[in-house]
Write a protein that binds this ligand. Structure first.
Ligand SMILES: Cc1cc2nc3c(=O)[nH]c(=O)nc-3n(C[C@H](O)[C@H](O)[C@H](O)COP(=O)(O)OP(=O)(O)OC[C@H]3O[C@@H](n4cnc5c(N)ncnc54)[C@H](O)[C@@H]3O)c2cc1C
Length: 420
């Protein structure tokens, strides 16, 4: 991967790897079983700067490129997807819309506490009636004085309970479809103030907490169990005009752009899961003996693991290439959708394959591969299902074809005879 990674990327990856081996690996099974949010590790990751990797230094971040952030997400997911999605949802979904579409004042006020990991952020797009069709948003923002009164709810929001700063969409102009949707920065206190106080991060007293904005009960999920997923409710919430993010009516399009970048993060998370599963399966099969030989020595086991390794290599090229395009300021939406759908599907194949070559033990929680399989499944659904990714890719193919100049037809008598 030298084509993409510099010595700085590799050093960052190694630093995250050492941290994950020391602090995540020993607790990942317990966290999965209990569904406990890993506050202690959130504090450690905040101290390492991992909540603001691609954020400029002057706004409290590490000032690194997007590929650095992708490398971090991948490395965390090798050990635990819940840690990885906590950082990913915070960074690409919660923080980056403010960085990209926010006014100078909004950036100055909201980005530093997010980039430092002092508080966590999230992104509220999905609603009970608006999932894949996010333009079906019902949450309503009505102009009132120098702001908006918001009512409605969002579902399945990552970091909803533990986070404090959110970006969310609401309809400001009913009847205009996607063009009637705007986005807002809205704050609420963490649902876990005691733990936040104990670990020394997760809460700031001085944020403009909005009355009536609150998180629901934590979802009991199949995977990403230590990640905090809840509903967000808006009950007569007043948000000042200064917290509208971007122009009125631009909320939907800006959120779609945010998701383009977010999808590279889900691809990286999926890759990390596949790599973690492959690593576990190789070690186990080399150790395990049946019929007087190592399980590894059965050729079908080697073939399965070779296929997984090849998938991972291909997925890494797609993912790093999409991140590289973004870093160059080039269009990347098609490649991000390709990376997301390819890597999430390879992650399912890899985790299932790892369980198969490990036999019964792979199906138990003695090894992490069954958890990795559960964690991989949501990668095919979140940030746009893989069916929606295929639609995005197909739409881009058509756009590219339509943008091409029409082919010049040459009259037959002007054609050169073949072979000259
Ligand atoms: C753990 C978790 C974390 C999440 N985090 C967030 C978050 O932080 N913020 C946020 O806003 N959302 C979040 N989501 C929501 C997630 O993005 C949605 O679940 C996802 O976009 C799919 O929407 P849906 O669940 O309503 O499924 P639906 O849209 O109801 O889809 C159901 C099925 O129909 C298919 N389908 C729908 N439309 C089409 C079509 N046009 N063509 C072909 N097939 C189609 C889908 O692919 C899917 O298979 C999260 C979800 C989960 C489970």
């Amino acid at each position: 991967m030298d084509r993409y990674l510099t010595a700085e990327h590799v050093a960052l990856r190694d630093r995250v790897n050492r941290f994950a081996r020391e602090h995540i690996e020993p607790v990942s099974r317990e966290l999965d079983e209990s569904g406990r949010f890993p506050w202690e590790n959130v504090r450690r990751m905040a101290d390492m700067g991992l909540f603001g990797v691609p954020v400029p230094r002057e706004l409290g971040g590490m000032g690194l490129d997007y590929l650095s952030y992708i490398v971090v997400i991948e490395e965390l997911a090798k050990f635990d997807a819940s840690h990885s999605i906590t950082v990913s949802a915070h960074t690409t979904l919660g923080l980056s819309p403010i960085l990209t579409f926010g006014s100078d004042e909004q950036k100055r006020r909201f980005v530093p506490p997010l980039a430092s990991g002092e508080v966590l952020g999230g992104f509220g797009l999905t609603e009970p009636g608006a999932g894949s069709d996010a333009s079906g948003t019902r949450t309503r923002a009505v102009r009132e004085g120098d702001g908006y009164r918001i009512n409605g709810s969002k579902i399945f929001i990552t970091n909803a309970g533990v986070g404090e700063i959110f970006v969310a969409t609401a309809v400001t102009e009913p009847g205009c479809g996607a063009k009637g949707i705007s986005s807002f920065i809205v704050c609420k206190p963490t649902t876990d103030p005691d733990r936040a106080r104990q670990v020394g991060c997760g809460h700031r007293d001085d944020l403009p907490f909005a009355e009536g904005f609150r998180a629901g009960e934590k979802e009991d999920k199949m995977g990403w169990r230590a990640s905090d997923t809840r509903e967000l409710h808006f009950e007569d919430v007043f948000v000042p005009q200064g917290q509208r993010l971007g122009q009125e009516g631009r909320g939907f399009i800006n959120f779609m752009k945010t998701l383009d970048a977010g999808r590279i993060g889900v691809a990286a998370l999926s890759l990390g899961l596949a790599e973690g599963a492959l690593d576990t399966a190789v070690r186990y099969t080399v150790d395990r003996r049946q019929f007087g030989q190592r399980v590894w020595d059965f050729q079908q086991v080697q073939f399965k693991l070779a296929e997984i390794a090849t998938d991972i290599e291909a997925g890494r090229h797609l993912t790093y290439h999409a991140a590289w395009l973004q870093d160059q300021g080039m269009p990347f939406a098609k490649q991000a959708a390709m990376a997301k759908y390819f890597c999430s599907e390879l992650s399912m194949r890899a985790t299932l394959g790892a369980i198969q070559v490990m036999g019964g033990v792979g199906y138990t929680n003695e090894y992490p591969v069954e958890r990795m399989m559960r964690d991989a499944k949501i990668c095919e659904i979140g940030e746009g299902t893989n069916e929606i990714q295929r639609l995005v890719i197909a739409r881009k193919l058509l756009e590219e074809m339509m943008a091409e100049p029409p082919m010049q037809s040459v009259p037959a008598d002007e054609m050169e005879p073949a072979g000259t």
